[in-house]
Design a protein around this ligand. Structure first.
Ligand code: ADP
Ligand code: MG
Length: 342
C-alpha cells in the first residue's frame, strides 16, 4: 500500500461519521449554527423523518456571498481563531466541520443574506472534489440550509436509519431540549407539511412557564419548584420536581452547561445523589437545570458532538450541585437546609 491523501469528499465523510449519526444530529448542528448567528426565530421543516428533507431557516446574521464557499469547507469557522479562543469557548460551534461533513453525505443547499447585502446568494457543494457553485437567489435576511437525501451516497449509514416516525421522534426530542435552553427564540417545527410545534418567544415569567408546561407537561410545570443558587462564579438555576411528584416514568431530565445541552455523567450523578433516598428505586427525578460556569473552567472540546464537557474542578462543581439541589429539595419537603459549607 502506498500512502495517499484522501479526496476531500471522503475525508469529510469520515469526519461526518463522528457527528452525523442520524437526521437529528444534522438538525442539532444546523440549529446550533443558527443560534450562534444570533437568530431569534428558527423554523424547521422535516420530511420523512429527515431522510428526505431537513430545512432550517433562521433570521440570524447570515453569511456573506464571498464566504459561502468557505462556510462549506472543512476546518473553516468564524468562531475561533487561536488557542486562547479555544480555551474559552462561548459559542456552540467552533470545530468548523459540520457543514463540510453534512454536505459530504447529502445534497446540501445553503442560501443566505446578511443584513446590508443587496441580494441573497446560494451555494451547493457536489462531487468528490466538493466544488462549490454559487449563484444569486431570493431569500430574506438570514440563512436557510436544506439537506436533501441524507446518506444517499453512504449506504452503510442509510441502512441504520430507523422508521421515519422514530427518526422524527429524535428530532422532536432535540427541539424540546433546545427550546428549553432558549426561551428568547421562537421555534416552529413541521413534519411532512404538518405543524408539530409552535413556540412563540417567551419573554415573561408566565410565558416561560407556559413553554415549560407545553414541553414537560402540565404536571411538571405545576409540581416543579424554581431554584437559583450560586457559589463564587458557579450558578445553578432551573426547575426541580419535588420528590413526592417523581413518577416511575422519566419525564423531563434536562441539564445544560453554559446553555449547551448535556448528557453529563458528573451532573447526572450529582442530581441523583441530591435526590438520594428521598425517592425510591422506582421513581425518576425530574429537572431542567442550567449550570453557568466561567468558560475558562470547562473544556467543551472533548467529544465531536459536544455531548460531554470536562470541568477543570470537577469535585467542586459536583459538590456545589449536590448541595444546591439538596437545599432546594429540603425546602420542598420541609426539612431544614443543610449548614453552609465553610
Ligand atoms: P462551526 O459552527 O464549528 O464554526 P460549521 O461548519 O457548523 O462550523 O459552520 C461554518 C461557518 O459557517 C460558521 O463558523 C459560520 O460562520 C457559518 N454559518 C453556518 N451556519 C450559519 C448560519 N445559520 N448563520 C450564519 N452563519 C452560519
Ligand atoms: Mg456549527
Amino acid at each position: 500500500m502506498t500512502i495517499k491523501i484522501l479526496p476531500p469528499q471522503l475525508a469529510n465523510q469520515i469526519a461526518a461519521g463522528e457527528v452525523v449519526e442520524r437526521p437529528a444530529s444534522v438538525v442539532k448542528e444546523l440549529i446550533e449554527n443558527s443560534l450562534d448567528a444570533g437568530a431569534s426565530q428558527i423554523d424547521i421543516d422535516i420530511e420523512k423523518g429527515g431522510s428526505k428533507l431537513i430545512r432550517i431557516r433562521d433570521n440570524g446574521s447570515g453569511i456573506a456571498e464571498q464566504e459561502l464557499v468557505l462556510a462549506l469547507s472543512r476546518h473553516a469557522t468564524s468562531k475561533i481563531s487561536d488557542l486562547n479562543d479555544l480555551e474559552q469557548i462561548t459559542s456552540l460551534g467552533f470545530r468548523g466541520e459540520a457543514l463540510a461533513s453534512i454536505s459530504s453525505v447529502s445534497r446540501l443547499t445553503l442560501t443566505s443574506k446578511p443584513p446590508g447585502q443587496v441580494a441573497a446568494w446560494q451555494a451547493q457543494a457536489e462531487g468528490r472534489d466538493m466544488a462549490v457553485t454559487v449563484k444569486p437567489a431570493a431569500h430574506p435576511e438570514g440563512t436557510s440550509i436544506e439537506v436533501v437525501d441524507l446518506f444517499f451516497n453512504t449506504p452503510a449509514r442509510r441502512k441504520f436509519l430507523r422508521t421515519d416516525k422514530t427518526e422524527f421522534t429524535h428530532i422532536d426530542e432535540l427541539i424540546k431540549r433546545l427550546a428549553l435552553s432558549r426561551f428568547d427564540v421562537s421555534w416552529q417545527l413541521n413534519h411532512n407539511g404538518q405543524s408539530v410545534r409552535r413556540l412563540p418567544r417567551a419573554t415573561t415569567e408566565q410565558a416561560r412557564m407556559k413553554r415549560v408546561a407545553m414541553l414537560c407537561g402540565r404536571a411538571f410545570a405545576e409540581q416543579a419548584a424554581y431554584i437559583e443558587n450560586s457559589y463564587g462564579a458557579l450558578k445553578l438555576s432551573g426547575w426541580l420536581l419535588s420528590p413526592q411528584a417523581c413518577q416511575s416514568q422519566a419525564g423531563c431530565q434536562y441539564s445544560y452547561v453554559n446553555g449547551r445541552m448535556m448528557r453529563d455523567k458528573l451532573l447526572n450523578h450529582a442530581i441523583r445523589q441530591a435526590y438520594g433516598e428521598r425517592i425510591n428505586a422506582e421513581q425518576q427525578p425530574g429537572f431542567v437545570l442550567y449550570l453557568q460556569i466561567p468558560a475558562t473552567e470547562v473544556d467543551v472540546n472533548v467529544h465531536p458532538a459536544k455531548h460531554e464537557v470536562r470541568f477543570h474542578q470537577a469535585r467542586l462543581v459536583h459538590d456545589f450541585v449536590v448541595s444546591a439541589l439538596s437545599d432546594a429539595l429540603n425546602q420542598l419537603t420541609g426539612e431544614p437546609a443543610s449548614a453552609p459549607s465553610q
